[in-house]
Design a protein around this ligand. Structure first.
Ligand code: IVH
Length: 673
C-alpha cells in the first residue's frame, strides 16, 4: 500500500526506501539484463516517482547506490588516471577460418590437450571499461586507456542504466572488477545523430564513437542523457572467490546483475567454434547493436593461466572478425566533388542499402582510372561493402545485368563548381581544377585549416565556413584571424556568446605547434605525419619556405612528389601572401623545441582552471616538449601548480601541501615565451 509521503516518519521512510530500492533494482535486472520485464513501464515509473518523492523529502537518506543516483553528477575538471592492477588486454585477430584452425593448433600444442573447450561470445563494438565493486557497491569505473592505465569515469559509468550500483546475490566477494563493453544500440545512435543534426552539432561516425564520446564526458549529466548499455565479458581483480571456467564467469556475471553476450556458447573443439562463427556472421545484422566478430576463449581458466599472454594479447583467446558485409544496389548517378587541393573526385550515388546497421547511398570512386578499372556506369548493378567497417566502397560492377542503357562516366573538362579549366598532369591519377580561388577549394581548405589535427578551431564547423565564404567575410584561412565580432554577428544563427567563443578559439589557435600549422596549410601530399617529420627538421616555417627540393628530400620518409609539391606550394605568390597574413596576425611559425629544449627537465606541473592563451592540451604539450612532466593530481612531488581562471580544488590542495602556485603570466615566462 502506498503511504502519503508528506506524513511519513523517518523510520517509515527508511523502511520504504529499502523496499523500493530492492524492488526497483529487481525490475531493472529483469528489464536490462534478462530482457523479461514483469511490470509495465507505467508501474515502474510509479515506483520510481515514489522513490524520488521520499528522497526529496529526506535527502540525507539518499545512498550512493540508490537507483535515483543514475542521473549524473556535476562536471569534473578532468579525469584522474587509474592503474589497472590486472592489465586490460586486447585480442589477437583471425580473419579466416584457417587462422582459427592455426590458433587452435597452437593452443592444443601448448596445453598438451587434443580437444580444447572454448566459449564463444559476440565481440561487441564499443568501449572497454572496468568496474570495481567493493563489498558489492560500485566504487570505480575506468576506461581501458592503454591497457595499463585508464581514466576514472566513475560518475559517468554510474549513469549507464544496466550497470548495477550494487551487486545482486548474497555471495559477493569483498572486491571484484567486472569488465565489459559499453555500447550504443543502432536505434539510439541514429536518434542521437538526428537530434545532433537538428542542433547543428557534429555527427558521430558510428555507435562506437558515440559510446566512447558519451563515456568520456566531463559532465556526467550528458552521459546520463545518452542511451548506453554495458555487456560484461570478464573479470579483472577479484578477492575471495575463484573461477574455474569462463562459462562459469559469464553465468556468475548474469547472476550478480550484468548483461552478457547474447547466445554465448560452449564449443568442444575448433569445428564447433567455426560453426558458431558462421552462425553469428549470418545473424549479425539482426543484433540491435554493432558486433564486429566473435570472441573465442579457452574455457578452462587453469589452461588460460598456463598459456599466459604476450604484452598485449592473451594466448588463450582470439577475435574472429566478420567479413565485410556486402550488398547489391544500382548506380543512379556519378557526381564529381572538388576537394581542397582542387582534386575532382567521382562519387557513385546508388539506391540506399543497409550495411552493418547503417544506410549508405554513396561511395567514392577515387579517380578517373578507378572508374575505368572497375568499369562502373550509371545504371549498373554494383556490389558495395564497408571497408574497415566505416567507409563504404564499390567492390565491382555486375556487367551481366546490363540492359544497354547504362551511361559510361566521363571526367568533366570544366570544374563543376567554378567552371574553370581542369587538368590532369602526366603520371598523376588526379584531375584538378586550376583555379586556386575556386569556392569549393577555398571552403575545403578552410575546413581543413580549422580541423582538429590542424589549427583545431573547434567552434568553426563546415556550415559556418560555407556562410563566411559565401558572404565574402573571408577569402582564405588567414582572413579568419582578422574577423571581428560585428562581422560574425551578421551570420545566421549567431549570438554574442558564440561569436565571442569563436574569436577566443581563433586567438588560441595562434599558438598551435608547428606540425599543426604545416599540416593546416593544406599542401598537396602533406598529411599530419609528414608535417611532423618536416617540422622536426626545419624547426620553423621560414626555414622550410627557403628549403630546396633536395633539402626537403633529406627528410626521411619524404619522396620527390611530396618534396616538389612543398616547393611548388611556397613558390606560389598567393600562398606567400597568405603566409604573410598569418604572420601579421601573430600565428606562431616556429617550434618551441628549437628555443628551449630541456628547459623544464625534472619539473612536474599540474594545471587547474582555464588558461586564456593556451588550451589545456597545448599547455601540456609545451611542458612535455621542454622536458617537463604533467600530472593530473596534486601531490608532494609537484613543482608548480599553474592556476588559470576558475581554479578547482587542486588549488586548495596545492596550498595544503605548500606547493608553489603560478599564474598564466608566470607560466608563459617560465616556458620562455
Ligand atoms: S575479451 C583478455 N570479450 O574487444 C581478453 N573483449 O580486442 C580481453 N570486446 O578491448 C577481452 N567484446 O573492448 C572480450 N566478448 C568480448 C568482447 C571484447 C568486445 C572488445 C574489448 C577488447 C577488445 C579486444
Amino acid at each position: 500500500m502506498k503511504i502519503d509521503v508528506s506524513k511519513m516518519s523517518e523510520e517509515e521512510a527508511k523502511k520504504r526506501l529499502r523496499e523500493l530500492r530492492e524492488i526497483i533494482n529487481y525490475h531493472n535486472y529483469l528489464y536490462y539484463v534478462l530482457d523479461k520485464p514483469e511490470i509495465s513501464d507505467y508501474e515502474y515509473d510509479q515506483l520510481f516517482q515514489e522513490l524520488l518523492a521520499i528522497e526529496t523529502r529526506f535527502p540525507y537518506l539518499v545512498t550512493p547506490d540508490s537507483p535515483s543516483q543514475k542521473v549524473g553528477a556535476l562536471p569534473l575538471e578532468e579525469f584522474k588516471t587509474v592503474e589497472h592492477k590486472i592489465p586490460m588486454l586486447s585480442l589477437g585477430k583471425a580473419f579466416t577460418e584457417e587462422e582459427l584452425v592455426a590458433f587452435d593448433k597452437r593452443v592444443k600444442k601448448e596445453a598438451g590437450i587434443d580437444i580444447i573447450e572454448y566459449v564463444t561470445e559476440l565481440k561487441m563494438d564499443g568501449l572497454a571499461i572496468s568496474i570495481r565493486y567493493v563489498d558489492g557497491v560500485i566504487e570505480l569505473g575506468a576506461t581501458r586507456g592503454d591497457g595499463f592505465r585508464g581514466e576514472d569515469v566513475t560518475p559517468n559509468v554510474k549513469t549507464v542504466k544496466n550497470i548495477p550500483l550494487r551487486l545482486f546475490s548474497d555471495e559477493i566477494p569483498p572486491v571484484i572488477e567486472v569488465r565489459g563493453e559499453v555500447i550504443m544500440y543502432w536505434k539510439d545512435f541514429e536518434e542521437l545523430n538526428r537530434e545532433r543534426e537538428k542542433n547543428g552539432e557534429p555527427l558521430f561516425a558510428n555507435p562506437r564513437n558515440a559510446a566512447a564520446g558519451s563515456i568520456r564526458q566531463l559532465d556526467s549529466r550528458i552521459t546520463a542523457s545518452r542511451k548506453l548499455h554495458m555487456i560484461a565479458y570478464g573479470i579483472g581483480e577479484v578477492e575471495g572467490r575463484q573461477f574455474r571456467k569462463q562459462y562459469e564467469v559469464l553465468e556468475y556475471l548474469q547472476k550478480i546483475g550484468f548483461r552478457v553476450s547474447p547466445e554465448f556458447s560452449l564449443c568442444s573443439g575448433i569445428d564447433e567454434v567455426i560453426k558458431r562463427c558462421r552462425y553469428h556472421a549470418r545473424k549479425r545484422s539482426e543484433y540491435p547493436f554493432g558486433a564486429d566478430g566473435v570472441a573465442i576463449k579457452v574455457n578452462d581458466i587453469e589452461i588460460q593461466q598456463r598459456l599466459g599472454a604476450t604484452s598485449h594479447e592473451p594466448r588463450w583467446a582470439i577475435a574472429y572478425k566478420f567479413p565485410a558485409e556486402e550488398a547489391e544496389t544500382v548506380v543512379r548517378d556519378i557526381i564529381v566533388q572538388v576537394g581542397r587541393t582542387g582534386t575532382l573526385t567521382p562519387v557513385a550515388i546508388f539506391d540506399p542499402v543497409e550495411l552493418e546497421g547503417s544506410t549508405v547511398s554513396r561511395a567514392t570512386l577515387h579517380n578517373e582510372d578507378q572508374v575505368k578499372m572497375l568499369d562502373i556506369r550509371v545504371g549498373d548493378h554494383i556490389i558495395v561493402r564497408k571497408a574497415g567497417s566505416v567507409i563504404p566502397e564499390v567492390v565491382k560492377s555486375l556487367p551481366d545485368k546490363r540492359n544497354g542503357r547504362e551511361i559510361i562516366f566521363k571526367m568533366p573538362d570544366k570544374c563543376p563548381v567554378c567552371g574553370s579549366h581542369v587538368e590532369r598532369l602526366e603520371g598523376e591519377a588526379a584531375t584538378r581544377c586550376t583555379n586556386v580561388s575556386c569556392p569549393a577549394q577555398v571552403k575545403e581548405r578552410i575546413i581543413h585549416f580549422v580541423s582538429r589535427n590542424a589549427m583545431d578551431i573547434e567552434s568553426i564547423g563546415e556550415k559556418l565556413v560555407e556562410q563566411m565564404v559565401d558572404r565574402k567575410l573571408i577569402e582564405d584561412y588567414a582572413d579568419l584571424y582578422f574577423l571581428t565580432e560585428e562581422q560574425l554577428l551578421t551570420l545566421e544563427r549567431m549570438g554574442k556568446k558564440l561569436a565571442e567563443k569563436i574569436l577566443k578559439n581563433i586567438e588560441e589557435s595562434k599558438s598551435r605547434p608547428l606540425p599543426n600549422l604545416i599540416f593546416a596549410l593544406g599542401i598537396f601530399q602533406v598529411g599530419r605525419r609528414t608535417a611532423e617529420l618536416i617540422a622536426e627538421k626545419f624547426k620553423n616555417l621560414d626555414e622550410l619556405m627557403k628549403a630546396s627540393v633536395e633539402e626537403i628530400l633529406e627528410v626521411e620518409g619524404i619522396g620527390p612528389v611530396t618534396a616538389h609539391s612543398i616547393r611548388d606550394f611556397f613558390d606560389n605568390p598567393r600562398n606567400q601572401e597568405v603566409i604573410k597574413k598569418l604572420k601579421k596576425a601573430g600565428v606562431k611559425t616556429s617550434a618551441v623545441e628549437e628555443i628551449k629544449e630541456g628547459l623544464l627537465n625534472g619539473l612536474v606541473f599540474v594545471f587547474t582552471g582555464t588558461l586564456k592563451n593556451f588550451s589545456r592540451s597545448d599547455a601540456e604539450k609545451i611542458v612535455k616538449s621542454l622536458g617537463g612532466e604533467v600530472a593530473s593530481t596534486v601531490s608532494k612531488r609537484i613543482s608548480y601548480v599553474v592556476v588559470g581562471e576558475d581554479p578547482g580544488s587542486k588549488l586548495d590542495k596545492a596550498r595544503e601541501y605548500n606547493i608553489k602556485t603560478i599564474d598564466e603570466e608566470d607560466f608563459t615566462k617560465l616556458i620562455g615565451r
